[in-house]
Design a protein around this ligand. Structure first.
Ligand SMILES: Nc1nc2c(ncn2[C@@H]2O[C@H](COP(=O)(O)OP(=O)(O)OP(=O)(O)O)[C@@H](O)[C@H]2O)c(=O)[nH]1
Length: 297
């Protein structure tokens, strides 16, 4: 028997508590997009954390909530099958907000996954004073018997190694790593690019529009003569009126979105990229099974 451990962990919690930010900080690379809009995450992304003594595979989920659309239902069943499979569930609550009905609802849902060990993670400790953090740790400890309770700050990198070690200790022993050493995610490049575009498009839009945005990458063309990668992406919204908002006056907003996304893509690929964005209307796609399928849900 070796002492090497490897397994799967999933972070759950209300929207916006910092699950994606934590995933990226642990992996050390941007594998999950983040935004200040709730419910940004739509896919189960595996971020992989490597240590000489183990491997953590982080499965990022869209978060448990009461579904209002077909997209919401599909996302919920994605969460349920994910949580049924993982070794550890990390329940995230932010240090700077009191525990409320939303947190209690999710905590109760965790009873449905008896196989998984359960760890409480108090996030955003940088946004709260010491006394507040201590108070939150106490409040969390009263929710259930946790295998561990750990406060972290992702942007400051505080307590991240402690969290990784605690999580690894709860993982099953493994003869081998589950993924090769260089891998940080199992999403392919096109999926990651589409997510970067969606993240850029989410910036500065409000109300129901964030949920209406979907992105596909339809073509990537290698231009060896120019040492350039051409990327053709479609940005879908649900209504004509939303199209105008995304494009902006004289196309100004769409240009900004393209610039921001291109910066991220070039950083990811380490090379020059030409990004062409087209905005299309897919009427009410969140409620339409056929269109959901086409958009990858
Ligand atoms: N101050 C502070 N802000 C944080 C921290 N972690 C996340 N945030 C901010 O909180 C917001 C939400 O973060 P996300 O990581 O997208 O939250 P999430 O829980 O993944 O959200 P969903 O994908 O919507 O479920 C963003 O604006 C982050 O910058 C933290 O440790 N400290």
């Amino acid at each position: 028997m070796t002492d090497y451990r490897a397994g799967f962990v999933s972070f759950v919690g209300r929207p916006n508590v910092g699950k994606s930010t934590l995933t990226n900080a642990l992996v050390g690379e941007k594998v999950a997009i983040t935004s200040s809009k709730p419910q940004t995450t739509r896919r189960a992304i595996r971020g992989i954390v490597h240590r000489s003594y183990g491997q953590l595979i982080v499965v990022d989920t869209p978060g448990l909530h009461r579904p209002r659309t077909l997209l919401g239902e599909r996302l919920n069943s994605l969460v349920q099958s994910t949580l049924g499979d993982v070794d550890v569930i990390g329940f995230c609550v932010p240090a700077d907000e009191a525990i409320g009905p939303g947190d209690r609802f999710i905590n109760e849902q965790l009873d449905q996954y008896p196989r998984a060990k359960k760890v409480a993670i108090v996030t955003k400790t940088d946004a709260a004073g010491k006394a507040r953090v201590a108070q939150q740790l106490l409040a969390v400890s009263q929710l259930r018997e946790w295998d561990a309770i750990i406060p972290v700050s992702a942007p400051r990198g505080e307590q991240l190694d402690v969290l990784v070690d605690e999580l690894l200790q709860l993982m099953p022993q493994s003869e081998h790593p589950l993924y090769p050493a260089e891998t940080t995610t199992d999403e392919d490049t096109a999926e990651r690019i589409a997510e970067f575009v969606r993240e850029a498009a989410l910036e500065g839009v409000s109300d129901e529009l964030p949920h209406s945005i979907a992105v596909t990458v339809d073509d990537m063309i290698e231009r060896e003569d120019k040492d350039l990668l051409e990327v053709y992406a479609n940005l879908y919204v649900e209504r004509d009126s939303q199209k105008g908002i995304i494009i902006g006056k004289g196309g100004a907003r769409l240009r900004e979105v393209g610039e921001r996304a291109r910066g991220q893509i070039e950083a990811l690929l380490g090379r020059r990229v030409y990004l062409a964005l087209h905005v299309k209307v897919a009427k009410d796609w969140q409620r339409d099974p056929k269109q959901l399928g086409r958009l990858g849900f």
